[in-house]
Design a protein around this ligand. Structure first.
Ligand SMILES: N[C@H](CCC[C@H](N)C(=O)O)C(=O)O
Length: 409
């Protein structure tokens, strides 16, 4: 793995990640007298260079070409090393020869990571990329303001998978509201702002834990457009989220479809582009239209669907004044469902947390499943429970960090 060489103010920084097949050996001449035995953290170093003692760090005066830098240092594997050259003259970019004094700063990955998370240079967005079953987000530390650091227009650019970072949305960790620990806001990849995001709030919880260097079980109260949401990081790293209660009153979803039962739209007929679908409409703070099939096809084979054709026709249907997320569902058993989703403002995604919750509610209301289900999504399974005793829906699933990044705004 080639080192990255940058120069600034007469200093040159060579940053490289030490991996198990990466070994430098520099034998310190002067330090040999000072050290009886190399500590676990010290380096076994051989270098044909005079040493200058400049600090407690290992300081080496070196004049060598880049090729002679290919020495061997025995480092602990988990270390990220920064090798700093103080040079008396500018380093040519081709690195022909370096007359420098070299100091080895031992920077454990952890402190590198936390120093990254602390970066605040203006003009750049420093973010952490997370995903929940492949539903991926750019997470922004916005805890110093209730004003998003990124505009919806910038979010569209950042989410572009060719010209930007690439994501299904941008999520902001903001200060709490009305006594909650935090506030979460999200922009979809089309720049629209939904009320809630299930996979996103799991990523949000893991992001907060990283920012505050929390380990083990932790729960947070989060104010969202869907009201109070409580994610809890489990010991196994998965996140269990109290997603609150489903909203079924048609006008609150919202949908213009006529209610079929108790003001709710359950198993109603909806014509989409000449096909008569049976749909149940559920809000998890954001609107969902769930279908198990059409009058022509009672048992959907979701993998056969042309999602990019049919999805937008549901999303923009005139019976959904706020557009809608649409879930197409196949029933394997009364506790095992499979779904694909066309998301409002994001298109076909690999997973949709609020959608999976809406699917279990619809399946129960249509008598197709029990209240505890595994819901298979293209990106993986979610465990969903719609608890009878408190009418709350609980979702459990993973959230993983992908990378740390900075992007010009
Ligand atoms: N596109 C959705 C928001 C994200 C929902 C989804 N990613 C989830 O995990 O719940 C909407 O506009 O309602």
């Amino acid at each position: 793995m080639a080192p990255c060489i940058t120069s600034r103010n007469e200093s040159v920084f060579v940053t490289f990640r030490v991996s198990d097949n990466f070994r430098f050996a520099l034998r310190r001449k002067r330090e040999r007298r000072r050290r009886k035995k190399a500590t676990a953290m010290a380096m076994k170093a051989t270098i044909s260079l005079p040493l200058t003692s400049s600090s407690s760090r290992h300081s080496l005066a070196s004049s060598s070409s880049c090729s002679s830098l290919k020495q061997l240092i025995q480092f602990p594997l988990q270390q990220q090393q920064q090798v700093r050259f103080d040079t008396s003259r500018s380093i040519s970019t081709t690195c022909r020869s370096v007359s420098a004094s070299m100091s080895i700063q031992e920077t454990p990955l952890k402190s590198m990571k936390s120093s990254f998370l602390d970066r605040k240079e203006s003009g750049f967005l420093h973010f952490v990329k997370y995903h929940g079953l492949g539903n991926d987000f750019i997470l922004v530390d916005n805890r110093d303001s209730l004003e998003p650091k990124v505009t919806p227009e910038q979010a569209v650019k950042l989410c572009d998978r060719n010209f930007g970072v690439g994501a299904d949305g941008v999520i902001f960790a903001m200060p709490g509201t009305n006594g909650t620990d935090y506030t979460m806001r999200i922009f979809n990849s089309d720049g629209s702002e939904p009320e809630m995001c299930g996979n996103g709030v799991r990523c949000f919880a893991r992001f907060i834990a990283e920012l505050d260097d929390l380990h083990g079980k932790h729960s947070f109260t989060v104010h969202t457009g869907a009201g109070l949401i409580v994610p809890e990081i489990q010991d196994d790293g998965k996140v269990r989220v109290d997603m609150g209660q489903p909203i079924l009153v048609a006008s609150d979803v919202p949908t213009k479809l006529a209610a079929t039962k108790d003001q709710a739209v359950i198993g109603a007929a909806l014509e989409v582009d000449g096909v008569n679908w049976n749909v149940t409409c559920v809000s998890m703070g954001n609107p969902h239209c769930v279908t198990f099939g059409s009058t022509d096809c009672q048992a959907l084979q979701v993998d056969d669907l042309n999602l990019s054709d049919v999805g937008p026709k549901f999303e923009h249907h005139e019976v959904f004044p706020a557009r809608t997320n649409t879930e197409f569902v196949q029933v394997f058993s009364r506790s095992h469902l499979k779904m694909r989703v066309w998301e409002r403002g994001a298109g076909a995604t690999l997973a949709c947390g609020t959608g999976a919750c809406a699917v279990v509610v619809a399946a129960v209301l249509e008598g197709r499943s029990e209240r505890c289900c595994t819901v298979d999504l293209p990106g993986g399974p979610l465990e969903i429970e719609w608890k009878e005793e408190d009418n709350h829906i609980y979702m459990t699933g993973p959230a993983e960090v992908v990378f740390y990044g900075s992007a010009p705004l």
